[in-house]
Design a protein. Structure first.
Length: 155
């Protein structure tokens, strides 16, 4: 049987945004790391729990409770309360890429927090995958909306 080879373009996409929150930096950092399972809503497995291991090499994953789940990310930089980076392999929805998500937190003069969020995607990215990823950066699935909802509910 012959081997089939398909060549795909290599892309680099970078999405950057800033999120302003009326919460202290330490609290926001904790929510972006240890408490991420309380607001991170995407799920591949209905009813699963998102588990975070907030340290370098720690995982962010879905646990279905029976030995099944999905690895989302690995924490590659962890500098409380100012900086965290997650990296993940991505092959869902077509394409094959690496995603690097960085959150840099700056304390504002009024005691709030400015989150500088950058998502860098490297590799083959299908149009379907790109559109799906962009949906999570705007509207009700955006970081601003998810964190506003979390803090409205949990203070």
């Amino acid at each position: 049987m012959p081997i089939e080879v398909t060549e795909h373009p290599f892309s680099v996409l970078e999405f950057a945004q800033e999120v302003m929150l009326a919460q202290p930096r330490e609290k926001v950092f904790d929510v972006l790391t240890a408490q991420i399972g309380d607001w991170f809503t995407p799920r591949f497995i209905a009813g699963s729990k998102v588990v975070a291991e907030p340290w370098p090499g720690g995982r962010l994953y879905e646990d279905n409770g029976n030995g099944t789940g999905v690895l989302w990310d690995v924490c590659t930089a962890y500098v409380p309360p100012s900086y965290v980076t997650y990296e993940s392999p991505w092959g869902f929805g077509g394409g094959s890429a690496t995603i690097i998500v960085t959150y840099k937190l700056t304390e504002t003069d009024d005691g709030g927090t400015l989150v500088h969020s950058k998502h860098t995607i490297l590799g083959y990215i299908s149009e379907e995958s790109r559109e799906g990823y962009e949906l999570h950066l705007e509207g009700p699935m955006s970081l601003q909306s998810l964190l506003d909802g979390y803090f409205a509910k949990n203070g």
